[in-house]
Design a protein. Structure first.
Length: 260
């Protein structure tokens, strides 16, 4: 298995088909799998996911929660499907986002196969909010060194590395499981991956679409106070991880950010 597409979904009835169709349409020379985690949806999203599993039994697998994991932990429950991923590479895209380019996986895998020095790559994406597409930043996307990833600051990342357009090497093993569970998802995961190499921006792939403020978005729909609380908790985990690895210089920098 070359790639595991990891998709989290919760009450995405109006969006999940577009996401799954964008995965299924991928044209590749290698096998890939689609892993969908439904976090106890109440709007019928789970029924749609089961429909795709029945239609594509060799391609789509699902994990269906009976109790919402996000409300229990405050974190996106990627780990439930990360443990199941068979792919050499992981490609993220949640159930309210979608890909546009049918060659997205192929182009990224070709690059990663040819460049083992990189742990991750990403491509263009656009935001969709209030019926309009927009750019995520006035800055241009760029490459990231290993050091820059370990210094990654989500509040000062410019054209950052989104959860809808990145691919990275699957490092999950019994030896790394504890670190990965500590450092998931989003910003801490970027820091975790930085210890293995840099991240390459790949131009020429049609932009993925990241939906914002659509009513069931569990991040952008939350108030600023909630964002601050989650960011502080994630930074504490990043400090814990960096100190465990003996990377005290990086840990001290995060501590300074927390202290203003």
């Amino acid at each position: 298995m070359k790639v595991s597409v990891m998709c989290l979904t919760y009450n995405h009835k109006n969006f999940i088909r577009e996401a799954l169709d964008s995965f299924v349409m991928q044209k590749t020379t290698f096998p890939f799998e689609i892993l969908v985690h439904d976090d106890a949806s109440t709007d019928g999203t789970d029924d749609i996911v089961r429909e795709y599993i029945a239609k594509y039994p060799d391609l789509v697998r699902g994990v269906f929660q009976t109790e919402n994991q996000f409300t229990k932990t405050g974190e996106y429950p990627y780990i439930h499907i990360y443990k199941l991923a068979k792919g050499e590479y992981i490609a993220n895209c949640d159930g309210d986002d979608y890909w546009v380019d049918p060659l997205s996986l192929q182009i990224r895998v070709d690059f990663m196969d040819a460049h083992p020095e990189y742990i991750m790559c990403f491509h263009d994406y656009v935001t969709f909010q209030h019926g309009k597409f927009g750019l995520p930043s006035a800055e241009q996307p760029r490459d990231w060194t290993s050091e820059e990833l370990m210094n990654y600051n989500p509040l000062d990342s410019g054209y950052g590395i989104s959860s809808c357009n990145r691919m990275y090497r699957n490092t999950y093993s019994p030896e790394t499981a504890e670190d990965i569970e500590l450092m998931m998802p989003d910003y801490p995961e970027v820091v975790y991956l930085g210890q293995y190499g840099g991240c390459k921006y790949i131009p020429g792939i049609k932009p993925a679409v990241y939906r914002r403020l659509h009513g069931t978005n569990t991040w952008t729909g939350q108030p600023r106070k909630y964002h601050d609380k989650v960011l502080k908790e994630r930074r504490l985990r990043v400090i814990q991880f960096l100190e465990k690895k003996g990377l005290t210089e990086y840990a001290d920098r995060v501590r300074r950010l927390m202290n203003g």
